[in-house]
Design a protein around this ligand. Sequence first.
Ligand SMILES: [Zn+2]
Length: 71
Amino acid sequence: MPRYEFRCRACGDTFEVSRPMAEASAPADCPQGHNDTVKLLSTVAVARGAAGGSSAPAPSGGGACGGACGC
Ligand SMILES: [Zn+2]
């Protein structure tokens, strides 16, 4: 599932969420519970056709998930 990066304007935190592309532009709450967030440029590196079922955890230096994204 692609990941999308968001930035919270309330606390300045950035976080990633994994969600279907159909919900790519849906709002996301920050791990602190704020909902004043903006979507950043996608860091998705999923090449078309290379989408396997790889469920590798691979946290990319985030640590801000806080369990909100279930990763
Ligand atoms: Zn926040």
